[in-house]
Write a protein that binds this ligand. Structure first.
Ligand code: ZN
Length: 728
């Protein structure tokens, strides 16, 4: 369609107060924190604590048992003398839960000893999963304290009903895969914003952590492969001769590193081997270990930085992981680097352990595997959802490399901050992989799936408080950032602002308030209403166009409003169109489908899935219907209009810029945008009107076929059947 630029005059006729909006309150449990100034930059007085860990650990795979000791240096960079230090062992929660159900409590940590550097025991006091230690002397401001931990940890099955973020997976014949995380006493975050971050660990919330340097030695049987946070320091002794040679000569060409299964032949399984890793200034350390892993690797160079990519999966995860894991990892790193600047890790490991999808610095666990098929078995069909779960799962966890791995967000308090931005970034990476990607989060016109639910909770709440974490912390915030990027800050470059925020807060702790202030300051826009309605309320966008009047040269003609104009309910029509589209475009030959995708796509879809593969095209067809593009919407009247008057009602509660498209009988269209300020009662306020009466006078007389509000489907409108008006 062509766009004709029309200069017009606009009258704002009526303002009506939204009394409901005036009484909007934040959810009661919001604790708004900040470590920045009004421009969203770190305060001049910003400080953060720092730790050094030197850990020696031993894992006994057969017993799922780990023992370890650590020398820890705590750097108190705060202006306060500290009488105690707080640490956390989140897996102690499993112990409490198991005790409640009188199941075996041979789980988590049974012994923990803390001594100072002279071996004198220090007092330990438990509070839930947290414990405090009391040094013999206060730790003076800007001084350090050295002490020792020794502890044990019985690992949990990754498929336990308690949904752990780490654990083991069992295969046949003594084959195990371990995803080891939250396994050592991690310092509780201590900051100027909130002192000690002692929000209890209830299961759904994640972590508030300090940055630390790690020197970690892991001992386990020699037939195990270990991938971990940081850099492997002893590849010459940890790897076999063949592996080491491949490791040394790795290039941009993807290779299968000789597998640990193969290497174990002829070796004593119980003979222990040491793996030594170092990592600097990271918020956590975790590792994966397995004795039936396939290992694919590649070294890429982006923005002059060499990055070693490792993907690893059990030999029954062959098909989808074999095809897509390394390309998806590489694509994510390339795309995110281009968008946000230098990738923060020199080594990136992506490991498939069923049921655990969780981000750690430099290592990501991804829980989706697809059909279980062993190596050398016949290739099988998989569904579209299985495929995009694997690729999307990898993309999501890799995207976490920025939030919370580079900007150290407080996940336990503000889970929506890192998950929302990560889901937004994942959406961009996914759509760049394939515009037909089955993205679960972030599409503005699919937000109704989340915030139309009666019990939908505002995002700005603890993960344990929201009714559905995936809706409130992932999907809706991701949609909100898309709306911000494509609609609200259309004339700015939101992604550039995001990249600048990461640069300013790299390796620092930031709160969402700091992000709000930063984006508002960088764009010079009043966004208070946006943060308030999208993040602090459980409202939604639902604009409705009503009382449309065409203005003729001589007189105004009023037609009945759209609600009474429709002969059919839209859903019925959309279903009919879906059926027609599916019938015409679904293909029976997968090789034909391949031509429609991009080069990443090797489709091997099941019969049933071939019919859902084009769901996005179907959505587009429904969209065409809304745009009155189908013949049933044609009208034959020949009224010449010089403009249009209409009412827009804000039914959902979230105000939005209004985009209007007037579609003409000759197929051309006129477009206009009214900024959100039309809704706001005062500049800088969050209170908004409930309805607007607007008038748009065209430059010349035209024959109008249809009027559509939100024609690009970018507002996140949750109910679209009240978005258009067809001239009868
Ligand atoms: Zn996530």
């Amino acid at each position: 369609m062509h766009n004709i630029k029309i200069y017009c005059v606009l009258f704002l006729l009526v303002m009506s107060l939204d009394l409901e909006a005036a009484t909007d309150n934040k959810p009661q449990n919001i604790i708004e924190m900040s470590l920045g100034n009004n421009d969203g930059l770190p305060n001049d007085s910003y400080w953060q604590q720092k730790l050094d860990y030197k850990i020696i650990a031993k894992l006994e795979p057969k017993n799922k048992y780990l023992t370890a000791s650590a020398e820890v240096t705590y750097y108190n960079n705060s202006p306060t003398d500290l009488l105690i230090l707080w640490f956390e062992l989140p897996q102690q929660r499993f112990k409490e839960e198991k005790q409640k159900t009188s199941e075996s409590n041979d789980i988590a940590t049974k012994y923990l000893q803390v001594t100072d550097k002279y071996g004198t025991p220090l007092k330990v006091v438990w509070r839930g999963t947290f414990f405090s230690i009391e040094p013999t002397q206060p730790i003076k401001a800007r001084s350090e304290f050295v002490f020792h931990f020794s502890w044990d940890l019985t690992l949990i099955n990754r498929s336990d009903a308690l949904q752990p973020r780490s654990g083991f997976e069992t295969f046949d014949e003594d084959k195990f895969l371990f995803g080891v995380a939250q396994w050592f006493p991690r310092a509780v975050a201590y900051s100027a914003a909130r002192g000690w971050s002692l929000t209890p660990f209830l299961g759904k919330g994640e972590f508030s952590l300090e940055l630390a340097d790690y020197d970690v030695e892991i001992n386990l049987p020699s037939n195990y492969l270990v991938l971990a946070t940081g850099q492997l320091k002893n590849p010459d002794t940890a790897l076999s001769k063949k592996q080491y040679k491949q490791w040394l000569t790795l290039t941009d060409t993807p290779v299968f590193i000789s597998s640990s299964v193969e290497e174990s032949k002829g070796k004593l399984k119980n003979e222990n081997k040491k793996w030594h890793f170092e990592a600097y200034n990271v918020r956590d350390f975790s590792f994966a270990a397995g004795n039936n892993l396939i290992w694919q690797s590649q070294k890429i160079k982006v923005l002059d930085k060499s990055i070693r990519l490792n993907v690893s999966y059990p030999d029954n995860g062959r098909w989808l992981w074999h095809q897509y894991a390394l390309p998806a990892t590489r694509h994510s790193v390339n795309y995110l680097t281009e968008l946000l600047g230098v990738f923060p890790f020199k080594t990136l490991n992506v490991v498939n352990i069923t049921g655990i999808s969780m981000e750690y610095p430099g290592i990501k666990f991804v829980g989706f595997r697809g059909p279980n098929v062993e190596v050398n078995k016949e290739e099988i069909k998989y569904t579209r959802t299985e495929k995009y779960d694997v690729i999307g799962g990898i993309i999501h966890e890799v995207a976490h490399s920025y939030f919370p791995m580079t900007v150290n967000t407080d996940e336990r308090l503000e889970g929506f901050f890192d998950e929302g931005l990560t889901s937004y970034l994942s959406y961009l990476v996914e759509q760049a992989w394939n515009p037909n990607f089955q993205s679960f989060y972030g599409k503005p016109y699919r937000v109704f799936e989340a915030n139309h639910k009666v019990d939908y909770s505002a995002p700005y709440q603890l993960a344990d408080k929201v009714s559905n974490k995936l809706d409130s912390h992932y999907h809706v915030p991701a949609v909100a950032f898309n709306v911000l990027n494509k609609l609200v800050l259309e004339k700015h470059n939101f992604n550039e602002i995001l990249a600048n925020f990461i640069k300013q807060w790299r390796s620092k702790r930031a709160y969402f308030k700091d992000f709000e202030n930063f984006v508002s300051a960088q764009s010079n826009e009043n966004l208070q209403w946006f943060w308030h309605y999208w993040f602090e309320t459980n409202k939604r966008v639902d604009l409705s166009i009503d009382n449309v009047e065409l203005i003729s040269a001589s007189e105004s003609i009023e037609f009945p409003t759209h609600q009474t104009q429709h002969k059919h309910k839209p859903q019925e029509n959309i279903a009919a169109i879906n059926y027609a589209i599916v019938k015409n475009t679904a293909v029976s030959d997968p090789s034909q489908a391949k031509l429609l995708g991009n080069s990443f796509e090797g489709l091997n879809l099941s019969k049933q899935d071939q019919y859902t593969h084009f769901s996005d095209d179907v959505e587009l067809a429904a969209f065409h219907w809304e745009m009155c593009a189908y013949s049933q919407m044609n009208n034959s009247h020949q009224i010449l209009s010089s403009g249009v008057k209409f009412t827009v009602n804000n039914i959902g509660g979230i105000p939005s810029p209004i985009e209007l498209k007037v579609i003409l009988n000759n197929g051309e269209s006129l477009n206009k945008k009214w900024p959100v300020e039309y809704w706001l009662i005062n500049i800088d306020s969050v209170k908004s009107k409930k309805s607007l009466q607007l008038e748009w006078l065209f430059e010349k007389n035209v024959k109008i076929k249809c009027v559509v509000v939100d024609p690009r489907r970018m507002t996140g409108d949750t109910q679209r059947e009240n978005n258009y008006y067809a001239v009868p």
